[in-house]
Ligand binder design. Sequence first.
Ligand code: ADP
Ligand code: ZN
Ligand code: ZN
Length: 831
Amino acid sequence: MEELFEEPSTKFVELLLPVPIPKLFTYRVPHALQDHVQVGQRAIVQFGDRKILTGVIATVHQLPPKDYEAKYVLELLDDFPVVIDQQFRLFYWIAEYYLCTLGEVLNASLPSGLKLSSESMVQLNPSFNYDESTLEFSEKETILLKRLQSESLDYSAISKLLGVKNLFSILKSLVRKEAILLYEEVKEKYRPKTEKKIRLTSPNTNAKKLEELFKTLASKPKQEAILLRYLQEVPVLNDTSANILGISKKKLLTEDISESSLVTLIKHNILEEFEVVVSRFDTTEKETGISSQLTPEQLHAQREIIESFVTHPVTLLQGITGSGKTEIYISLIKQALEGGSQVLYLLPEIALTTQIVHRLKKVFGSSMGVYHSKFSDNERVEVWNGVLHGKFRFVVGVRSSIFLPFDNLGLIIVDEEHDPSYKQQEPAPRYHARDVAIMMGQMHHAKVLLGSATPSLETYYQAQQSKYGFVRLNTRFGEAQLPAVQLADMGQERKQKTIKGEFSGMLLKKIDEALSRKEQVIIFQNRRGYSPMVNCEDCGWVPTCVNCAVSLTYHQFRSALVCHYCGYKEALPTQCPVCTSTRLKTVGYGTEKLEEELTLHFPNAIVQRMDLDTTRSKAGYENIIEQFERGETNILVGTQMVTKGLDFDHVSLVGIFNADRMIHFPDFRSYERAYQLITQVSGRAGRKSKPGTVVIQTSSPDHPLLITILKTNIEEFYQSQIKDRQQHDYPPFTRLIEITVKHTDKKLCRTSADLLTRLLQTHLQGVRILGPAEPMISKIRNQYLMNILIKIPRGKSDLGAIKAAIQNTILQLTKEKEYRSLRVVVDVDPM
Ligand code: ADP
Ligand code: ZN
Ligand code: ZN
């Protein structure tokens, strides 16, 4: 009956909402908004009884839903689309390929600053100068702005403060006037980076006044020096307006200028201090627009890439560490930008590669956007809008930058394409940014360059099969040579009693030599903490996590046992809770223990540690890297963080611990991963003129993988791995889908995993189903886990149909009352 009363022109929208329900949602557009509604705009709606959410309009139509009455759209947030056609196509593809909902894709893509919801927090925009005298703001807006000056508020607090239910028009208006910012979680609050600056107080900027000043300061040479230096740096005499910008305090305070004299000048109202907001990636470097001249080898590789792109839109550049891949990228990026298209440069983790960002900033300056996981949400909104409005035609970013609103990509670079951090593990979408980038390349007709010294086996195979183009660069830039690799035979040394603590005599000797030549050392151990296990010497008791099936790692600096899976912490007991023995010993070693031993062995050396514990903040990374760059640190000990893209001039020695554990890790990728990690960290040695050395400590010096590494024969390694993968049905010869069943009840977890396996067996044809099996860590955060692995032969099967069948089977199971509380996670192409 409803429909009869519907006006014929009533519009409805299908909304993509950030919820894990696999469908779009129909809402009705109020009359006043009918003429403004467009696909790609954000709309605010009520969802369920209490929730307010921001959705994105996927379609506009005039068909009312059949079996219920559609709720109204409350407000449109945009005048133009913020999600564009190309993104929709990509979102649909990701949801389908990675077996997740569109809502999950939307949630991962939109920065929370674009998702106004009933959970939003509101703060004053730090760069907004509130001036009460303007008439720009309504009465309610003014009340809110005043209050926000002292604190951030959440949605319900604002609702109470203003006494209105529907806040959207007010919030929307204030966002437009750039007076407020939205954020989702308390930790995300935007804290702009500021810089202290100095300038003359305004009465002192004219020439006559300055002359007088110098007369009075004649007897105070220190203060006079400051003023002179200021006038040298800031041309106030030629141009009074130059004074407004002043000079950074840091720059003014050089060695011969004392801070106390500056304080005096400020006290006497001659100079003043003020603060400005600076971009987090603003470096002191000047944009030059000039890049390095490529070497003949680099030029050759570049020409080969351009030629390869003609026939192979996806091309692999396999260039050894230090060969200058970044220089080639820069040159290609310039060309693509000059050709008028957009460029995306993907990096696995930006914080670890601030060096590269600095290099790029020098060439591309402020036309380059940086999209970063450690940025606050509002900075991400800036980049999003910058891409949308053409301010940033070039973005360098981490995996989530594939979601940005590009409409005209010409080139995508995936640097260190082998890096596992391109894969998102949790939450859905569990996508691999390299693979999504290849898909995006197809959609945009863009070229995709995959770069690495140690490509993933999958990529290498595609290149070898000529599915991808293949360009090699096998010489290092300049005089630099690849380092010589040596094995420290731990079995032998144990017999000869030359091991001290965890260090082989060989490595200790080399460190000593390097330090005496004033060269730097990197020590790589892929485990943080002091020791991964504590053990009672009398009864064998091992402290384990209360929430997970893992032993607790001992951290000395916190003097606590910590779970690396859920963060659970407890104090180290003084005696064994089982047998009351006090003989508790630590087993194994992490970065913290190596750091301690190094300071004992080399008391005059400055040792720094770089791992998750010392780099919680972005400044943490940067400080450690910068100190090492400036030579203030002699030895850097760290986890895989030290393997990534760092370029230091004075490192002549790299020591690698626990190679055996990496090699014997029970996973079909363990050789590949060990090979990549060892080669990458070795690549940090001898990057300029000094030759480098790498020492690998091992108890199995005859292991074939180590022998390949010694020979630096990459071809041989890949060939043997490819054969292995083919024999055992692993990627790239088979596609994998991993299903994890999770439940707090162990028995239910097992029985439902059994049942699901049986259901899959009846519903799926032409695939192999392995399991269910308990994963290596069978309980995490109080959830018991069971894994089912599906192997799909490549090329022979209808992947779409298989995926649909998997999804339906899971749905069929979880619809049953008994299994409703089950969590089933599907991971396509697991890593
Ligand atoms: P990769 O990314 O292949 O490891 P990089 O691009 O980081 O190599 O180059 C290694 C070092 O050599 C860097 O310090 C870089 O500045 C320098 N370099 C490489 N090519 C050139 C060039 N053509 N001109 C000047 N410096 C170069
Ligand atoms: Zn005991
Ligand atoms: Zn735990």
